[in-house]
Design a protein around this ligand. Structure first.
Ligand code: CAA
Length: 240
């Protein structure tokens, strides 16, 4: 039986590339998305991957959504927490909603999805959870106290859950992408982005499939001894 994988925020950008990579690995892949029905329809037509709509930042919606996936496709063996939003601005300009929205979706979404998926993984003594963090959660970023805090939280969440999952054969890892050529990065003002790219040693933005390759490895049978780790894929922009 093919493993069932779910990728949150899976119909666009990095999420889409991850869906396609796991599908190529022979998994039965399901995408989750929150808002853009047109993009989701086009995604399903082009890839044959079913997309389910709910907001991962909402606990009850997430439990219900994952239960529906389990019933219609099968229980989830591989969880990729990729969904994320930005509400950039300096602290002085950032509203309380900008703060809570980003925390709720980017970090709360990981908790909600893990709650929905972990029991099955534990019971079958096999599971893979891969959380998409960020270089900006590792190094911070001007104008992103909300996003950096949420992504940094993901890295702590990963290490804590990895300790809980280990005895059940559930690995939990993170990938910390740098600046990848997606709609999210395209929204950064051009003059600001130019300065950022100038600080990337390989001299370019990353491609979504360069993140997906890392997820593919962490989700594989061969990844069984890797847990609690963070794989940085950032063109050398942040090394530590
Ligand atoms: N360090 C120090 N000072 C900085 C700075 C930095 N990195 N960036 C800007 N400043 C300074 C500016 O020089 C300016 O100072 P002066 O007025 O004295 O010249 C001041 O801060 C205000 O800068 P802006 O004009 O840019 O301010 P703004 O309010 O118009 O915009 C901002 C602020 C929204 C944060 C904007 O700078 C921005 O969008 N920055 C990019 C944030 C970013 O990298 N987001 C990543 C999105 S992609 C992503 O998140 C994916 C991922 O995981 C990597």
């Amino acid at each position: 039986m093919a493993r069932v994988a779910i990728v949150t925020g899976g119909t666009r950008g990095i999420g889409r590339a991850i869906c396609e990579a796991l599908q190529a690995d022979g998994m039965t892949v399901v995408a989750n998305y929150a808002g853009n029905d047109d993009k989701a329809r086009a995604f399903t037509e082009e890839t044959g991957i079913v997309a389910y709509r709910w907001n991962v930042g909402d606990h009850a919606e997430t439990l219900a959504g994952c239960a529906k996936v389990a019933e219609e496709v099968g229980p989830i063996d591989v969880l990729v927490n990729n969904a994320g939003i930005t509400r950039d601005g300096t602290l002085m300009k950032m509203s309380y909603e900008d703060w809570t929205d980003v925390l709720r979706v980017n970090l709360g979404g990981c908790f909600n999805m893990a709650k929905a998926c972990f029991d099955h993984m534990r019971d079958q003594k096999w599971g893979r959870i891969i959380n998409i963090g960020s270089i900006n959660g590792q190094a911070g970023q001007y104008g992103q106290v909300n996003y950096a805090a949420a992504k940094s939280g993901i890295h702590g969440f990963t290490k804590a859950l990895a300790q809980e999952g280990a005895r059940f054969g559930v690995t939990v890892n993170a990938i910390a992408p740098g600046y990848i050529d997606t709609d999210m990065v395209a929204a950064v003002p051009e003059n600001v982005l130019e300065k950022i790219v100038a600080r990337i040693p390989v001299g370019r933005l990353g491609q979504a499939n360069e993140i997906a390759r890392g997820v593919s490895f962490l989700a594989s049978e061969d990844g069984g001894f890797v847990t609690g780790s963070t794989l940085s894929i950032n063109g050398g922009q942040h090394m530590y």
